[in-house]
Design a binder for this molecule. Sequence first.
Ligand SMILES: Cc1ncc(COP(=O)(O)O)c(C=O)c1O
Length: 405
Amino acid sequence: MSSKSGKGDGGRNHKIATRLAHAGRNPSAHHGYVNTPVYHASTMLYPDAEAFVAHRSRYRYGRRGTPTSEALENAIKDIEGPLCEAVALLPSGLAAISATLLSVLRAGDHVLVTDSAYLPTRKLCDTILTRYGIATTYYEPTIGPGIAALLQANTRAVFVESPGSLTFEIQDIPAIAAVAHAHDAVVVMDNTWASPLHFRALEKGVDLSIQSGTKYIGGHSDLMLGTVAANKATWNRLKETVYEMGLCVGPDDMFLGMRGLRTMGVRLAQHQAAGIKVARWLEARPEVLRVLHPALESHPGHAIWKRDFTGACGLFSIVFKPAPTAAVHAFLDALTLFGIGESWGGFESLAVPFDCTPIRTARPWAPGGPTVRFHVGLEDVSDLLADLEVGFAAFAEAAHGTDGS
Ligand SMILES: Cc1ncc(COP(=O)(O)O)c(C=O)c1O
């Protein structure tokens, strides 16, 4: 963390809110300006031929780092905690996932991936990793220490995502990490839902912790960004993979990431509080069979969530009691404050239908009714609840007008 003068780490004991405000800044290196300038850069000039040949300079080339990328990497490293050796920035969350898996796997290896993983993570495993001779086994997300039974001699990595971003199973990550490490396999986590503000991934045994910065780091639905926090054992291979594949982030996107990070704590607190209010309200609705939100006492993973997490975000799902698809679509179409769209983590509320039943392979997923995922944004909760009331009225009308098939 920078100090007021920019002279180094004066804030080892600072709380996360303080870190979010100060991390990665060095005003004295920038004429006193609070924020790091946005360097639009490719070529960097050397003073003479000898310096060029010897690469005698702090930076080398835009793709390999600028003061802008360094500031964001350092800020995220600070937030990820003391076990973070360094951070890589990628052009999207999915790019962060693919670069990370490619950094720890090689032809002939086997990877264990949670059955609840973000669907494009699965597609990556089933296409590119397969093509490069890497085999994937999908495991039941709540398997815990039972994952030992699935390890093979060539298992080099275990991929976790807790909770799953559609189905919200909570994983026992310390137990999985203990088994993986005893087998010399690394643990890779998609930690986008909780972020390091609410789940200290590296301290819980994760070796490489990924965030889609597109979500709460950006926070405004106008940015694509991925981050990977690596521990000491995994950093060199990750750095090599990112460098050799030529992956980098545009300067304006890094600026948006840095700007978003400064307010991430207060936004996340509001998303969490509003999300829990809306989830509890939905839980009491007669149309709803179950709410899939780990912060609710009714959630099967609640005890582990309470043990390992310090908070939630604004993303959760519901299972309707059996109802025709037309009724669910009528519900969604009637909402005016909840947009229908991919992604989440922005200031605005969203609601999307989904169906994981054809996707799961470890164990059939049978929720008992149609499913919808909500992202609760920064709007006033009373307005959101009124909007949902309108949705339920349209749902009732559509359900009534069909034969339930
Ligand atoms: C849990 C999770 N991980 C990763 C990603 C991918 O992030 P990006 O959209 O930045 O590629 C998403 C995107 O929706 C996500 O929900």
